[in-house]
Design a protein around this ligand. Structure first.
Ligand code: SAH
Length: 272
């Protein structure tokens, strides 16, 4: 694969970095009813009603797509978005709204960490969404997601990427272990990583709360260690998410036994 083609955005894209993601309002599709204004240019009662309805509908759509992604395999998710790629934009509009309620966004914590590492590190961002990492660091970043609306994003199921084996220094999963076959994504990250390379996983805290049906973080770490990683650090300090840091073992595990992967419960967002 041509490395440069998949490189981070070039200088011409700097403006994009500073662009604020559009607010939910900007995402709403204007219609005759929203154009209807009273004389004082205030929205009329009916336009308020339609705006509220639209926001509610797009929130409902987001929750539906979100639930689908957490309850199917990566391959099924790929087929789902291939049928209608506009669902992807709908999903990310809702995702941005959800994230705006979080005190800290995990992707920003990962970006801060990356900025402290060598800029020569090659990064693979598994389930990149809007590719914030590629837009924020100087490193070469391969951004992977089910849909590509951006020439710098590689569209694929991340269980099966076109990346070369042992080519990345860092692999990132930021809230992207969604599929029921999540372990195959981690196996793919293992293949893509250089020995000694980093695996960073940020996941919603509630998915790791055994008191509410979540997985035991200990068991999750153990399974990843058995895949061939060393657990370096676990960061529970953030209110909404956990961050796991692993490095790929220099030596392959002699004989890999059957790994017991804990199931990760879906992260379903409540209606607000
Ligand atoms: N990491 C980004 C986006 C998180 S949303 C961020 O932190 O901003 C989760 C993303 O994972 C979605 O864009 C979803 O499409 C992607 N994803 C889920 N399963 C995937 C799969 N099997 N292959 C590729 N991308 C996947």
């Amino acid at each position: 694969m041509n490395n440069n083609k998949r490189k981070r955005h070039n200088k011409n894209d700097v403006s994009k970095k500073n662009q604020k993601p559009p607010s939910n309002k900007e995402q709403e599709i204007p219609s005759a009813s929203t154009a209807k204004r009273t004389k004082s240019n205030e929205p009329s009662k009916s336009s308020n009603f339609f705006e509220k309805m639209r926001a509610r509908l797009s929130g409902g759509h987001f929750r539906m797509i979100n639930e689908k992604l957490y309850t199917c395999t990566g391959k099924e998710a790929l087929d789902y978005f291939r049928e209608d790629s506009s669902l992807f934009n709908l999903y990310h509009a809702g995702y941005r709204t959800q994230m705006s309620n979080w005190p800290e966004q995990p992707v920003n914590v990962i970006i801060k960490w990356l900025k402290k590492q060598s800029p020569s590190f090659v990064v693979a961002d598994f389930g990149c969404g809007e590719a914030f990492i590629a837009k924020s660091v100087k490193n070469t970043v391969f951004s992977l997601d089910l849909v590509s609306n951006d020439p710098d994003v590689i569209a694929c199921d991340m269980a099966n990427t076109p990346l070369v084996s042992s080519s990345a220094d860092v692999t990132v999963f930021c809230l992207s272990l969604m599929g029921t076959n999540y372990q195959t994504y981690l196996e793919e990250a293992f293949r893509v990583l250089k020995p000694g390379g980093w695996l960073l996983i940020a996941e919603v805290k509630s998915r790791f709360d055994p008191n509410t049906g979540g997985a035991d973080p200990e068991k999750f770490s153990k399974a990843i260690s058995e895949l061939g990683f060393n657990s370096v650090k676990r960061d529970f300090s953030n209110k909404m998410f956990i961050l796991f840091y692993f490095t790929k073992k220099e030596m392959k595990n002699a004989k890999r036994k059957e790994i017991e992967w804990p199931s990760l419960k879906p992260c379903l967002y409540k209606r607000r």
